[in-house]
Design a protein around this ligand. Structure first.
Ligand code: F6R
Length: 612
C-alpha cells in the first residue's frame, strides 16, 4: 500500500527520494509524488501512475534541494489522479504533507476547516492535515517549538491510522514525522537522515534505524534527530542495527524478485532454523520465556493471520496438534477480530505476519490481549508494529521479501512454526524423543532437498505450456496437502489472474465435481503416506471425467498414470509443504511470465496491507 520516503542532508534530495520510491514499488500503488524546498518555496511534482512518470518530468532533474518528502499512493479516498496524489499542501503553500493510513473523521475536519475559510482541491482524507497544521500554526504562540506544536495539535484532531511527514518553508531545516498504526522508520546517516515506511527503501544508505512508536514525534535535522512523546516531552531513543544486506533487496541477476525469492528458499530456511536446534539438542527459543506451567495450563491455541501467512498457520496447527496435543484453531485475522472469539488467559494467540504491519492482524492481536490472552508474533521484519505489540516475538530470517506474492516468507514461516511446535512438545513432554529427533534431521535436510526440487522442473514447464491460456484450475489435496493446495491456488490467482479453487479431495463429490469436465486442469498434491491411496482415488474420479492432471508427490503411485508427475524428495509429512509448495510457486510464476504479466507487482495487490 502507500509508501513514504524522506531525505534531509547535503545531497540532492530528488534522486534519493525517487530511488526510495522505486524500491517501495512492490508495496503496490497507483500514483506518486515528491515535494522539496527549492529556494525557500515548496515545489510539488506528482502524477497518477508509475514513479517512472515522475522521472520523465524534465523539471524534476533541475531541482537541487537537499530536503524533501515523497509518496506512492494506493487510492482509498478519491480515485487515482494527479489532484489526489500526495504530497498535499495547505492553502497558503507553507506546509506540505505525505500520509499513509486513513483519517476516519476527515469529513468532520473538512467541515471545520471549510467554515474557517479553507478550500479543498482533492477528494483525499489527507488534505485536511496540512490545512489543520496551518490553522494551528497561525493561531499558536510564536516560539521555537511552534511548528512541532502545530503538527501535534493537528494530529490530536485525527482519528484513524497515520504515518505522516511534514515540511514547511517557514522551517526549511527540518522534517517532522509522527505515526500511529502505520509503519515509519528513520535511517541515520552521516550528516544526513532518511525516512521511509519500509526498511528496504533506504537500506542502501544506512543500516542504523530508529523505529518510531505510535504517537511518537521526531524532528529530523540533517545532523540530529529529536524524539518527543505524545505530550511533546523530549526523550532519547535507541538505535537498531538492521543486518539485512542492501543487495538482498536487489534482483541480483534474476528476471524478477519473485523468481529470486523462490530460489532463495534454501537459504531462508537455513537462516530461519539458524541455531534454534542441532541434532541431539533440544530446541531453544531464548527470545521467548514460555514456562512449562504456562503451557500446561493453556487449553487452546489460536493462530491468526491473513492470506499466505494464514496458510502457513494451517501447517503450524497440524504440527502443534500432532506434537503437543493442544487444540489449535486457525482463523483469518479480519474474521477473528469481529467474531467475538472465545479467548482468555488460558489461550495462547499466535500471529503470523511477514511484514508485521497487516492492519487486521495487528487489530486481532490487540483484541486478544485485551481479553487477557498471551500473544506471540511470528514476523520477518525486525521491530515491525506487530512485534512491538505482542508479548513474545520470534523471527523468520527470510531476508527482505519484495515480490508481492509471498514465497520464501511462507516456507520460513512454516519451518519456524514446526520448530515452535517441537519446542512446546519438548517442554510438555508430549512426544517421544525419536519422533522429534527424526523430524529435526529432516528439517536440517530441507535446504538441500529444496535445491533438488528447484533443479528438476522441466516437466513443470512442459505442463505449464499446455495450460497457461486456461481460465479455471483446481487444486486437490487431503490433510496437509490440502493446506498446500490452498497456497498453490492463491499463488496462481494472484499473479496469473487465472481463477482457481482448492478443495479438500474428499469434499470433491459433495459438490465441486460438478465443475469437472473434459480438458479441465487439476493439480493434485500427494505427500501424506496415510492419505495417498484415498487422494489417488479422488484424482482418478476427475481423470475419468476428462481432467488433465499434474501430480506433485513424494509417494510411490504404483501403476496409476497421470498426465504429468513431479516427484519430490521424501520428507516428514509435517514439513512436506516446504517442498511441495515449490513446484506450485514456479507453476504460477511460469504461467504469469508466459502471459506477459508483471509477476512482482500483480494488479490491485499491495505487499503490505496496512489498512483494514
Ligand atoms: C500472498 C500474500 C498475502 C500475505 C498477506 C499477509 O502471496 O503475500 O496473502 O500473505 O497479505 O501479509 P503479512 O504476512 O505481511 O501479514
Amino acid at each position: 500500500m502507500c509508501g513514504i520516503v524522506g531525505y534531509i542532508g547535503n545531497k540532492k534530495a530528488v534522486p534519493v527520494l525517487i530511488n526510495g520510491l522505486l524500491s517501495l514499488e512492490y508495496r503496490g500503488y497507483d500514483s506518486a509524488g515528491i515535494a522539496v524546498l527549492e529556494n525557500n518555496e515548496i515545489v510539488v511534482m506528482k502524477d497518477k501512475g508509475r514513479v517512472a512518470n515522475l522521472q520523465n518530468m524534465d523539471e524534476i532533474n533541475n531541482l537541487n534541494s537537499s530536503i524533501g518528502i515523497a509518496h506512492t499512493r494506493w487510492a482509498t479516498h478519491g480515485k487515482p489522479s494527479k489532484e489526489n496524489a500526495h504530497p498535499h499542501t495547505d492553502n497558503s503553500e507553507q506546509f506540505v504533507v505525505v500520509h499513509n493510513g486513513i483519517i476516519e473523521n476527515y469529513n468532520e475536519l473538512r467541515e471545520f476547516l471549510t467554515k474557517k475559510g479553507y478550500k479543498f482541491l482533492s477528494q483525499t482524507d489527507t488534505e485536511v492535515i496540512p490545512n489543520l497544521i496551518h490553522y494551528y500554526y497561525t493561531n499558536g504562540i510564536d516560539d521555537d517549538d511552534k511548528f512541532l506544536r502545530a503538527v501535534k495539535s493537528a494530529v490530536d484532531d485525527l482519528k484513524g491510522s497515520y504515518a505522516i511527514e511534514v515540511i514547511s518553508k517557514l522551517h526549511p531545516d527540518r522534517i517532522i514525522v509522527v505515526r500511529k498504526d502505520s509503519p515509519l522508520v528513520i535511517g541515520k546517516g552521516n550528516k544526513e537522515n532518511f525516512i521511509a515506511s519500509d526498511i528496504p527503501a533506504i537500506l542502501s544508505h544506512t543500516k542504523d534505524f530508529y523505529l518510531l512508536d505510535d504517537y511518537e514525534y521526531a524532528v529530523i535535522f540533517k545532523d540530529s534527530i529529536k524524539f518527543f512523546d505524545n505530550t511533546l516531552i523530549e526523550h532519547s531513543k535507541a538505535i537498531k542495527n538492521i543486518e539485512w544486506d542492501a543487495t538482498s533487496a536487489e534482483k541480483n541477476g534474476f528476471e524478477d524478485y519473485m523468481l529470486k525469492e523462490i530460489y532463495e528458499q534454501p537459504n531462508a530456511i537455513r537462516e530461519t532454523v539458524g541455531s534454534r536446534f542441532s541434532l541431539g539438542e533440544k530446541c531453544s527459543f531464548d527470545d521467548i520465556d514460555i514456562s512449562k506451567e504456562y503451557l500446561s495450563n493453556i487449553d487452546k491455541i489460536w493462530i491468526i493471520a491473513c492470506g499466505t501467512a494464514m496458510h502457513a498457520g494451517l501447517v503450524g496447527k497440524n504440527a502443534i496438534e500432532k506434537l503437543c496435543r493442544i487444540p489449535t484453531e486457525v482463523d483469518i485475522a479480519s474474521e477473528f477480530r469481529y467474531r467475538d472469539p472465545i479467548v482468555n488467559e488460558k489461550t495462547l494467540c499466535i500471529y503470523i505476519s511477514q511484514s508485521g504491519e497487516t492492519a487486521d492482524t495487528i487489530a486481532a492481536l490487540k483484541l486478544a490481549k485485551s481479553k487477557g490472552a498471551k500473544t506471540l508474533a511470528v514476523s520477518n521484519v525486525i521491530g515491525s508494529s506487530i512485534t512491538r505489540e505482542a508479548d513474545y516475538t520470534i523471527y523468520t530470517h527470510a531476508g527482505p521479501e519484495i515480490a508481492v506474492a509471498s514465497t520464501k516468507a511462507y516456507t520460513s514461516q512454516v519451518v519456524l512454526m514446526v520448530i515452535l511446535a517441537m519446542y512446546f512438545a519438548e517442554i510438555l513432554e508430549t512426544c517421544d524423543e525419536k519422533t522429534i529427533c527424526e523430524l529435526k534431521s529432516d528439517i536440517l535436510d530441507l535446504p538441500t532437498k529444496i535445491e533438488t526440487v528447484l533443479d528438476s522442473m522441466e516437466k513443470l514447464e512442459k505442463f505449464e505450456k499446455k495450460v497457461y491460456t486456461e481460465h479455471d484450475m483446481y487444486f486437490l489435496g487431503r490433510g496437509i496437502d490440502y493446506d498446500v493446495a490452498l497456497e498453490g491456488s492463491l499463488k496462481l490467482k494472484e499473479i496469473s489472474y487465472i481463477h482457481s479453487e482448492a478443495y479438500a479431495a474428499g469434499e470433491l463429490k459433495h459438490g465441486p465435481i460438478a465443475l469437472i469436465e473434459n480438458g479441465v486442469t487439476v493439480i493434485g498434491i500427494l505427500t501424506d503416506p496415510d492419505l495417498t491411496l484415498k487422494s489417488i482415488s479422488n484424482i482418478q474420479e476427475v481423470v475419468t471425467r476428462g481432467a488433465k492432471t499434474l501430480i506433485i508427490t513424494n509417494q510411490n503411485l504404483g501403476n496409476v498414470t497421470f498426465d504429468y508427475v513431479i516427484n519430490l524428495p521424501e520428507t516428514n509429512s509435517l514439513i512436506s509443504p516446504i517442498l511441495s509448495v515449490v513446484p506450485l510457486q514456479l507453476f504460477a510464476y511460469y504461467i504469469a511470465k508466459n502471459k506477459g504479466l508483471d509477476v512482482d507487482k500483480p494488479r490491485n495487490l499491495a505487499k503490505s496491507v496496512t489498512v483494514e
